[in-house]
Design a protein around this ligand. Structure first.
Ligand code: PEP
Ligand code: MN
Length: 338
């Protein structure tokens, strides 16, 4: 249930509604708009919520039942787009932001070099994994904390904030010391201990859709993070597993407008994991922006044939420059900028 307060409701009226929610045994989450406050009622209690009692309270405009299982992630709770700050811009604003870099951080020199290249081409943030979730235990697992230190050096050189994956709840404080945005990978979207830990950290989070996850499951995972009061959550469509074998995953273009409709959180397209093949990455990035994505996360490598992971889907710097120019034009065509 959500309680929509009247425009300019008094602070005392808002406080009374919160006290009533708490005395009924629920938790109150506030969404404060410019003029209006919306109070989300979440949690479980043996006391039934009586809509009519809340409607009758001073300062309450109306009470709405939210039928979706996610509450704080829903548009009903927060009608305006949530803006997540990134490098002086905001994800979720008119400007489409691009996060670019290699799949894995491979060496100090290579991450600094690629950071300079993607910055030059117009990227807003640098991506790169230091802890890699690999299907095979024999594949390159990442350089760990050393990789994070190299990322921090690349940030110092370029000013680009860092987006990097965290795989274990116990490593959240350490990764958060280096990262500007914590990435939750597709294999961990339903790792609830990890979601609780990044929620507690209050650090911005890029949450990927699960490999076979539904849109509702993605929003429920976001709800875990939001329920800890961490509102800086970005959702990422990165393709799902289907019967189709021509590409690594099937990029679900529908998910972008569907998510923009269901939730206030910014939505990012990942055409690299969405296709798995570099020759399709640029066209799918264009499609993502045309469909309303607030950002694109894309893998770029100086020499994809030599990459330690995901080389087959990585753009080279020249291809990345072309992608940047093309998505700028698509963004303008849909009244955005890039
Ligand atoms: C990645 O971003 O390199 C990655 C491992 O992505 P995903 O979790 O979407 O597979
Ligand atoms: Mn990758």
């Amino acid at each position: 249930m959500i309680v929509i307060m009247k425009v300019h409701a008094l602070a005392k009226e808002i406080a009374d509604v919160i006290s009533r929610i708490e005395s009924d045994g629920y938790k109150a989450h506030l969404s404060e708009g410019e003029h209006q406050t919306i109070i989300g009622v979440v949690g479980e209690s043996p006391t039934p919520l009586r809509e009519e009692n809340y409607s009758a309270m001073a300062g309450v405009e109306k009470v709405v039942r939210v039928s979706a299982p996610y509450k704080l992630a829903s548009r009903a709770f927060h009608p305006m787009d949530t803006l997540v700050p990134l490098n002086g811009s905001h994800l979720g604003s008119k400007k489409v932001l691009v996060i670019a870099g290699p799949c894995s951080v491979e060496s100090r020199e290579s991450i600094i070099e690629i950071a300079c290249m993607v910055k030059e081409a117009g990227a807003t943030a640098l991506r790169g994994g230091a802890f890699k979730p690999r299907t095979s235990p024999y594949s390159f697992q990442g350089h760990g904390e050393k990789g994070l230190q190299w990322l921090a050096e690349a940030r110092e050189r370029t000013g680009l904030p860092i987006v990097t994956e965290v795989m274990e709840p116990g490593l959240v404080p350490m990764v958060a010391q280096y990262a500007d945005v914590l990435q939750i990978g597709a294999r961990n979207t339903q790792n609830y201990a990890l979601l609780n830990a990044v929620g507690e950290s209050q650090h911005p989070v890029l949450l990927k859709r699960g490999i076979s996850g539904t849109i509702e499951e993605l929003l429920m995972s976001a709800e875990y993070i939001l329920s800890h009061g961490n509102t800086r959550v970005m959702l990422c469509e990165r393709g799902i597993r289907t019967y189709e074998k021509a590409t690594r995953n099937t990029f679900d273009l529908n998910a972008i407008p569907v998510l923009k409709n269901l939730t206030h959180l910014p939505v990012i397209a990942d055409p690299s994991h969405g296709t798995g093949l570099s020759e399709y990455v640029t066209s799918v990035s264009r499609a993502g922006v045309a469909a309303g994505a607030d950002g694109v996360i894309v893998e770029v490598h100086q020499n994809p044939a030599q990459a330690l992971s995901d080389g087959r889907q990585s753009l080279n710097p020249k291809q990345f420059e072309v992608m940047m120019k093309q998505i700028q034009r698509v963004a303008e065509a849909v009244d955005r900028s890039a």
